[in-house]
Design a binder for this molecule. Sequence first.
Ligand code: C2E
Ligand code: CA
Ligand code: CA
Length: 483
Amino acid sequence: MKSGAHDYIMKDNTARLLPAISRELDEAKIRKRRREAESTIAHLAHYDALTKLPNRTLFQDRLKQAILVANRESRMLAVLLMDLDRFKEINDTLGHQCGDLVLQQVGMRLCNVLRRSDTVARLGGDEFAVILMISKPEDAELMAVQITEVLEQSFLIQDIHIAVEVSIGIALYPDQGTDAQSLIQRADVAMYAAKERGSGHMIYTVDHDRHNPRKLSLMGELRDAINTQLCLHYQPIVDLKTNAVTGMEALVRWQHPQHGLIPPDQFIVPAEQTGLIIPLTRWVLQEATRQIRLFHQAGIQLSLAINLSVRNLQDPHLPRLIKEILEVSGLEPFWLELEITESAIMINHANALKVMDQLHDMGVKLSIDDFGTGYTSLGYLTKLPIDSVKIDKSFVIGMTHNDKDQVVVRSTIDLGHNLGLKVIAEGVENQENLNQLASFGCDEAQGFHMCRPLPAMLLERWLTDGSTWGNKTVSGKMARKHL
Ligand code: C2E
Ligand code: CA
Ligand code: CA
């Protein structure tokens, strides 16, 4: 056959086949696009768009798979649920964009610390979860510690160092649950327990569950209870050179009609989360200034320390409120000392500093509470309008048997003094502690060894009764030097 004829036949066939081929090609393209679309949808349905980590749905699937494997191989596994403490403040104060960047970096840090075979997921908001195959419960705790360490190194975002804290709840298979749902739920309960106790991480126990529902219903009751069921206990603060009692710290409690006296650890954090901390602090300020005035009128000249929370420091109305409360009570501002934690200052630092400056200008004293547990360097303190630092009780309690704690205590005292600050130690539980602090040159101390926090009436009796703690004298009789 001549090539021309061949060409013709070929052309003829091609001409006939072309529509079919192009139809098939079109269909293949459509199928490919559909597959791509399906896989995009599947990805979106299973992965979190912001961090690219598995989402809650995929996490649950993976957990079910992991439980099957653990069951088959008679192994343990751990579900770790974590939540960034006070992340909302970062979002509210620095903006969502900044919050998103923090979440992305949290995701990356988690992936770096875990093995490739472990699952890490973002369940939503600031909540992350991890599945670990483990051989003993301590493995899960070790991982929780590692995670805490990597997440608590500050994040540098838009030239701002942002500190986050994390609370981790742990539930173990098979001990604390044999299905995905109950493991997630129990890790969640343990996480709230860890958050409440500020303990970093916690393995689930039945006890947590017992407390949890109560906590939820309590929060509903707190709003109405603020003006009627809260009460204040006062803990004296002593001067270590003279042994004189110079001040007292007001510590809030909730006298609940059914549950008895509830300590602040159980309601301050939820009150911060719900915003109830604002009316709660107002009540504490009003009640404590009223009480200190009564003491002053009775010749007991003590200063008054009050705790502020993160939210208070972000409240631009706070200085005006305090001014009004001081006017109503007739208390001179230098008697009032406001205790602020390091983390409260670091969160939206510009706003916090503005409020602190205004308070300082009014003549109110400011103190850094729980010093040593946050990220503030002592050098940074020079930039703050503060008068004193309070060394966190964990170091003071630990210093008799732990050299590192002792170093923290000593260097805080020395550097604090170099910066012209008064240094107060809290958590003094025995005479040895007290002697040590005095020998280090610490200015003031507070702790169970001298006196537990007491209702005002009992404190008054303690102050005037020579037998309770031998050496004490009250500043009313030993004129307090102020200003
Ligand atoms: P904080 O400000 O560090 O208060 C000191 C806590 O240490 C108090 O616990 C006190 O009872 C306890 N403490 C005192 N001496 C010793 C000691 O020698 N050993 C030990 N182990 N503990 C000692 P409390 O009264 O349960 O208060 C816990 C926390 O609740 C306070 O810690 C503070 O952060 C918060 N809080 C209390 N009242 C208020 C308040 O009115 N407003 C705010 N925002 N927070 C408050
Ligand atoms: Ca305090
Ligand atoms: Ca403290």
